[in-house]
Design a protein around this ligand. Sequence first.
Ligand SMILES: [Zn+2]
Length: 335
Amino acid sequence: MVFPWQQSAFEKLHLAWQNNRLPHALLLAGPIGMGKREFSKQLISMVLCENPNENGEACGHCKSCHLLQNNNHPDFISVEAVESGQIKIEQNLKKGDSPQIREAVEFCNLTSNYGRHKVVQICPAEGMNRNAANALLKTLEEPPEKTLLLLVCHSKMQLLPTIRSRCQLIDFSRPDSHLTKNYLNQQLKNNNTDADLLLYLSNGAPLAALNLAEKWETRSVIFQDFKLLLSTKEEPLALAENWAKQDIKQLLAWLISWTEDLLRIKLMTQHIFNQDLADTLFKIAEQFQTQTLLSILDVELESWRILLGTSNVRPQGLLETITINWFQAAKGQWK
Ligand SMILES: [Zn+2]
């Protein structure tokens, strides 16, 4: 489906498609949780379907639609990040990784199997390492006929400017807030969590907000644990063991966000991010020195980098380092 906040962008591209003016490379950019992949999927279906309707929606039952639904369309290729989080030039055949950039470039130079477009999706585009990005440049500059490149990107500033400038930007970073809030309220139904707060905490991204709503209870529990740890009523190793059962990336993202807020309070920045936790965070901030918070934030960010960079990391070990740091800091200053 095309989400309400994407409708006008989709209509423009559909019109361009009907008039043979669709750009050969689109950069779908915006924070995670904006539905960019879903949007990309709709575009791919529109371009490949034999009988899209008047709104550009795929018919769902032609041969092309079937092939696409089975991930088997010979005129479509999807380039995804490999284990390291990067997109490279060469595919690692042994590991069964997704096609990488060289294969995508070769694919663009082939003739389409069904006489329609060939479509390449690259996601996340900022995952391309420098060599991969450079290998794609020529195709972006002089695209073969009837080729559509869809670059899905969560953080467009991380893309090489040479890549950015060769794509038409479809910007999802500032969706209409009425549309996103309405959508969220419809989806939340009986959930009492405040839609405005959820959207605020999710950078305005409605799907991320919905995801957060589902984790709202867990977030409260983790924050309670965090408070107990800082009052030294919770033993750090036991807590780390407990926390390791959670989604570690999410948990660490919360911890980092709370620590950053504590620093904002210390540095007397006007606003803090976790508005719903403000009262408690202000109390906690009184008990720590700025320097202590800075060094703990360093530890947390380092854990974040390790977590993103390697696959065989032991989450509990990372969490132990963090909880011990907080525990010692809390003890040290309360003596
Ligand atoms: Zn179809």
